[in-house]
Design a protein around this ligand. Structure first.
Ligand code: GRG
Length: 300
């Protein structure tokens, strides 16, 4: 029987080890204090503490097609590098201006702003180098499809575009639809890319990709709704995150428009949508099912 806790723990351990190996001065930028400082900042921003949910989604989607977990590791690592870069840049003074991330000083606090920008840039670039290398997958067509999928999720039509809309939303005046679109891009696009990358590794056909995309879009909405609810509940404070930080910054979320109870109800409906999308896959999709449920129940 599928064991979600074991899968999540194993995935996090594998990603932590692989990140540690990848992010070494010798491999990345040669000797010298500048190189060492850059690599130290990249390590600070990516090692220790992340839940590694996106690599977990890659491996769970790949598992539907019996792809071995080792084969899903590189794609998961690539998407985690992009996620870590986004958090480093999101914490910068020009964006959310946060001092703490995962209970530790943010990269620009532990180092300096220029180093944090460059560390994020280097993590982002490294992600695409990983996907392009033959170790990722023997079939170049699949490697290209993975590169294209990650670029689509991370770029101006995805995460970065969503972040830009989020900044615009601080001026107020966003409708519920505007908020949903912004969130689908800012947070949802990388979650969607994770699931689709797992499906691409497994050689999914158009129908399989469409079903998994529907799952991923609902799961991404659920993840963001849960995050918005946590932002205004005591659990967020218990994790050292300022309660209601988004609200304090004037950011509109679905909790602002629906209220906490309305958002909880919407969250439950969204998880049901994600679960129904997986019907055709039977028990092979138990991993993805468990992750959607986890998104709704998580406390950090
Ligand atoms: C700056 C280009 C750029 C993009 C930033 C994703 C993002 C866009 C910013 C993150 C800000 C934020 C807290 C968004 C809410 C959802 C979210 C991505 C939470 C953090 O993801 P987790 O819970 O984090 O997977 P861990 O620490 O477990 O990796």
């Amino acid at each position: 029987m599928y064991d979600f806790s074991a899968d999540m723990r194993d995935c996090a351990t594998e990603i932590e080890v692989a990140l540690g190996n990848l992010l070494s001065t010798a491999k990345l930028s040669g000797p010298g204090p500048a190189a060492e400082r850059l690599v130290a900042a990249m390590r600070h921003g990516s090692l220790a503490g992340g839940k590694r949910l996106r690599p977990l989604l890659v491996r769970q989607a790949a598992a539907i097609f019996a792809v071995p977990t080792a084969r899903a590791l590189t794609a998961g690592l690539a998407i985690e590098l992009v996620h870590c870069y986004s958090l480093i840049h999101d914490d910068l003074p020009a964006m959310d201006d946060d001092d703490l991330r995962r209970g530790r000083p943010t990269v620009h606090k532990a180092f300096d702003e220029a180093t944090a920008i460059l560390a994020g840039d280097a993590l982002l670039t490294e992600a695409f180098a990983l996907l392009a290398a033959p170790d990722c997958h023997p079939d170049p067509a699949i490697r290209i499809a993975l590169v294209a999928e990650l670029a689509r999720g991370a770029g101006g039509g995805g995460m970065v575009g969503g972040q830009m809309r989020d900044i615009e939303g601080e001026q107020g005046g966003f409708s519920g639809d505007d908020i949903s679109t912004m969130q689908a891009m800012k947070t949802g696009a990388l979650i969607r890319a994770s699931v689709r990358m797992g499906a691409l590794l497994g050689g999914a056909d158009a129908r399989g990709l469409a079903v998994l995309t529907a799952y991923a879009e609902a799961a991404g909405r659920a993840f963001q709704l849960a995050d918005d609810i946590l932002d205004v509940t005591a659990s967020a404070a218990a994790m050292g995150k300022a309660t209601g930080k988004d609200a304090e910054m004037g950011k509109q979320t679905l909790v602002t428009t629906l209220g906490v109870e309305g958002a909880r109800q919407h969250l439950n409906e969204t998880v049901s949508t994600a679960l129904s999308a997986l019907r055709t896959f039977g028990p092979k999709a138990d991993g993805l099912r468990a992750t959607a449920r986890y998104f709704a129940s998580r406390e950090h």
